[in-house]
Write a protein that binds this ligand. Structure first.
Ligand SMILES: Cc1cc2nc3c(=O)[nH]c(=O)nc-3n(C[C@H](O)[C@H](O)[C@H](O)COP(=O)(O)OP(=O)(O)OC[C@H]3O[C@@H](n4cnc5c(N)ncnc54)[C@H](O)[C@@H]3O)c2cc1C
Length: 484
């Protein structure tokens, strides 16, 4: 028991249900935490700042038993050891930008914020690697990479607040996935602390390491249910020297797939974005942002493409040639090639209408799903038709990073009588029938728990529960999230 007070008699365990777990935590628990971490690292429940009471999910705030803000891996380890001894559950918190409710505090549990573990420990330009503590923001990682003349492979809107630990625990994606993959693919090494306080120091800077299970990946996408990530070792990418942006009008979804394939073959590793926008999305975007139609004719699909290359002139010339061939083959009907950064930004503005969704969709019911790439076009048709049968005249918009198999759909809440739950059933059932995933990027958290079974078989869920039981036998890590 490492010299710490034993768990009080009768303290319920997580196996007895969440009711009461941690509620009975005696003052001795907080005193022991204070002694181990220092007074300024332990904030009792009533004094926890509001920003730690909820994440971006929109769920109502919950006050935790206490907020812990350790400064080192050793302090995280000591905190988890005490939580284990006193049977107090723990909710890890990063930048609290998660959209699925995974970082929401749990009554009777401590919230463990990594915000003070915010050091970039090293950047090695020669081997293109970076080591950071879990509380470093994604933007700080990007900036440190840029200072070394390199870039970090993942970028997304919440970069300024989302942290390394949270982004790994949700396996975040966003821009760049087409070229470099999600957070999982950036990871060379990881340090994590198990719920009983043991530290797994897996920070080995080698790509090749076939020595059994790849344990670090267990913590990626686990949404804090298996342990606490404390440090990460990332691979970095060369910075691009030139970028070209193109908006192409396409006749149908099959043409989009064919165009993507051609561009990926021709510009190997250079296709940085391939954003597909269906007409409903484009029409809404132009109306909401008071923008002009980009082409003389209305087209069913637009693709916004970013390409990276060695020099502006060579990239532009190669792209013009590729476009002429695609038009000849009937894959592209019309196209605009940005001639400046300002023009590229103007084209991207059409795609950035997502920021307008909350103000214009009363409220929007948002979906972030994955589907086999070949099926996305058919899914959009069938989904739109099914929504129309159920709610004639409804408003929905479809768009996505189809190169990553990722489709977004937003429905105007008012146009479906506010019945978000019925819409979720309809869409997620269809995602299940298409063998897709109910969560492409944002995770399961609390929001998508009811639909996890649409994307995971009972056998898969059994294995996930067995891994959880092996690493967290007391069920203390982020209880009630994902499948808890
Ligand atoms: C404007 C906006 C744009 C977004 N765009 C994208 C996007 O393009 N792609 C995308 O994937 N997501 C996106 N998101 C969602 C969100 O930013 C990501 O899920 C992000 O990875 C969450 O990181 P965070 O640090 O805020 O984690 P939090 O929200 O604090 O936590 C998320 C989960 O990680 C766990 N966790 C946090 N830190 C740790 C740790 N150190 N160890 C173990 N578990 C931990 C928490 O318990 C929780 O389960 C967006 C969100 C917003 C608000």
């Amino acid at each position: 028991m490492s010299g710490h007070p034993a768990a009080p008699q009768g303290t319920p365990t997580a196996g007895e249900g969440l009711e009461g777990v941690g509620r009975a935590a005696p003052p001795a628990f907080l005193a022991a935490l204070t002694e181990a971490l220092g007074a300024d690292a332990v904030t009792p429940g009533e004094a926890v700042p509001d920003r730690h009471l909820a994440d971006w999910s929109g769920l109502p705030p919950v006050r935790p038993l206490a907020l812990l803000r350790p400064r080192s891996t050793e302090a995280v380890s000591a905190a988890l050891r005490l939580c284990s001894e006193y049977r107090v559950p723990v909710v890890p918190q990063g930048g609290l930008t998660g959209l699925a409710g995974a970082a929401m505090p749990v009554e009777g549990a401590v919230a463990l914020s990594l915000e003070r573990m915010n050091a970039i420990e090293s950047v090695d330009a020669a081997t293109r690697t970076l080591t950071a503590q879990a509380g470093v923001t994604i933007q700080a990682v990007q900036e440190a990479a840029a200072e070394a003349g390199l870039r970090f492979g993942v970028d997304f809107g919440a970069r300024g607040s989302a942290q390394v630990g949270g982004a790994l625990a949700t396996n975040a994606g966003g821009n760049g996935v087409l070229q470099f993959g999600m957070m999982r693919e950036q990871l060379l090494g990881l340090e994590a602390v198990l719920p009983d306080g043991r530290v797994l120091p897996m920070l080995r800077p080698m790509q090749k390491n076939n020595t059994g299970y790849d344990l670090k990946q267990f913590f990626v996408g686990a949404e804090g249910t298996l342990g606490v990530i404390t440090r990460a070792l990332f691979r970095l990418q060369p910075a691009p020297r030139a970028r070209a942006t193109l908006l192409a009008a396409l006749p149908d979804y099959d043409a989009a797939l064919a165009l993507l394939g051609r561009l990926q073959s021709r510009f190997a590793g250079g296709v940085a974005a391939f954003e597909l926008m269906w007409r409903d999305f484009v029409a809404a975007s132009l109306a909401w942002q008071h923008l002009r139609e980009p082409f003389d004719t209305v087209h069913p699909l637009l693709a916004l493409v970013d390409l990276d290359g060695g020099s502006e002139a060579a990239l532009q010339a190669e792209l013009e040639e590729a476009l002429a061939e695609a038009m000849e083959a009937g894959l592209v009907v019309d196209a605009v090639l940005a001639q400046s950064q300002a023009q590229a930004a103007a084209l991207w503005k059409i795609r950035e209408a997502t920021a307008e969704l909350p103000a214009n969709m009363h409220p929007p019911v948002n979906f972030d799903v994955s589907l086999p790439m070949a099926q996305i076009g058919r899914f959009v048709q069938e989904c739109r038709a099914a929504l129309e049968v159920r709610w004639p005249g409804h408003l929905s918009v479809f768009f996505g990073h189809i190169g990553d198999s990722n489709l977004h759909l937003s429905i105007d809440g008012a146009s479906i009588g506010g019945d978000a739950e019925a819409a979720e059933h309809l869409v997620y059932d269809m995602v299940g029938r298409f063998a897709g995933s109910v969560s492409a990027e944002h995770g399961i958290g609390l929001h998508k728990k009811p639909y996890l079974g649409a994307s995971r078989t009972p056998e898969e869920l059994d294995v996930m529960r067995a891994i959880k039981a092996a690493l967290d036998p007391l069920g203390l890590m982020n209880p009630g999230k994902v499948f808890g």
